[in-house]
Write a protein that binds this ligand. Structure first.
Ligand code: SF4
Length: 349
């Protein structure tokens, strides 16, 4: 395969040895419906000899995506229900999403915004829409944090990112700017001096939330890109999606969370997979997810524990799904330790 360009069509995937000839017709139908892109870094990471490769599973289209189940929905976490102006999602009082762009360097097959991103998606905000989005943020003094997402905001040029940061820097009540991105992993070469400089501006604290789902994604190049960000003073946190066939086992999850911490990235959210169309082959039950997360307690350092969450369908926000450590009955608390032992609190003696 040509390692220097992204793979964007079924024919390119076949040429790169990622789609078998007999699968090509089905994959072409999937690609007409949902965007396809595999960056050179991810394309070269895929083990062609492993039919269950967890990197391929995240990025190579699959005919399973044509199966839509009744509970799936085009806007699974209800962005549109909370969008007062184009490009803004205001779901919680003190923060907004700013979706400036709906393009990504890779297209994840489980994406919760798969109906919005890609060449046929919502596109990039026009200058007029950007003006309205910034006016909305300026008019709402309760907005303390702006979260740039999309799409992947780090596909924007340093010049565009600088413009965005300069406009946010003029809004006093915004203190935190958070970038949700896959770029440090899937296109690490993009994290250069100019891009890092663009993320920073005086008076605002920049956070980068890295989306990665398997420890192999933290390649030496990705680790170096994250180090450049952290060394510059940017705080990094992680977000991952719990995905069947990618990270649904305790060893993989533990290795992923440890890799984050080793790279100065604080594990933040582990998302239960959303009800995005054509993604049922990725979904676990909540019970399976809770058992996996319970298995991390005690086994790995407290620094490595993510918060397991569900985005409640319809836009009602996030709910923590973590294991219940405490039960209350008859005025008495019973707490469980990480081995499953139960203890009354306060102790009777
Ligand atoms: S990078 Fe994020 S927004 Fe883009 S396809 Fe993947 S999950 Fe969706």
């Amino acid at each position: 395969m040509n390692d220097l360009r992204p793979l964007r069509t079924p024919a390119e995937l076949a040429e790169a040895g990622l789609v078998a000839p007999e699968e090509l017709a089905g994959i072409e139908v999937v690609a007409e419906r949902y965007a396809v892109a595999i960056s050179p870094a991810m394309g070269s990471l895929i083990d062609r000899n492993d039919p269950n490769d967890p990197i391929a599973r995240q990025f190579v289209p699959n005919e399973g995506e044509l199966t839509i189940t009744p509970e799936e929905r085009a806007d699974p976490i209800g962005d549109l229900a909370h969008s007062p102006v184009e490009g803004i999602v205001h779901r919680y009082p003190d923060r907004v999403l700013l979706k400036a762009v709906h393009v990504c360097p890779v297209y994840c097959r489980f994406c919760f915004r798969r109906e919005m991103v890609g060449p046929q998606g919502l596109g990039t905000l026009s200058p007029e829409a950007m003006d309205k989005a910034f006016a909305y943020i300026a008019d709402h003094p309760e907005i303390w944090e702006v979260i740039l997402t999309g799409g992947d905001p780090l596909v924007l040029s340093p010049r565009r990112l600088t413009e965005i940061m300069q406009r946010l820097s003029a809004i006093d009540h915004v203190k935190i700017v958070r970038f949700h991105t896959r770029v440090p992993v899937v296109e690490p070469e993009r994290i250069d001096e100019a891009l890092i400089a663009a993320l920073k501006c005086s008076g605002k604290t920049a956070y980068v939330a890295l989306h990665a789902n398997h420890p192999r994604e933290l390649t030496p190049d990705a680790r170096a890109a994250c180090a450049r960000l952290v060394d510059s003073g940017i705080v990094m946190i992680s977000q991952s999606v719990l995905l069947r066939g990618v990270n649904d086992d305790p060893d993989t999850l533990a290795a992923l969370m440890r890799a984050f911490v080793e790279n100065r990235i604080k594990p933040y959210y582990l998302h239960h997979p959303d009800l995005a169309p054509g993604t049922s082959h990725f979904r676990l039950s909540i019970e399976e997810g809770r058992a996996l997360v319970a298995g991390l307690r005690g086994r790995i350092s407290g620094l490595c524990q993510p918060t397991y969450i569900l985005d409640i369908p319809g836009g009602h926000g996030k709910a923590v799904l973590g294991p219940d450590a405490i039960r209350v009955s008859g005025g008495c608390h019973t707490v469980s330790d990480f081995r499953g032992g139960e203890h009354v609190y306060p102790p009777s003696e």
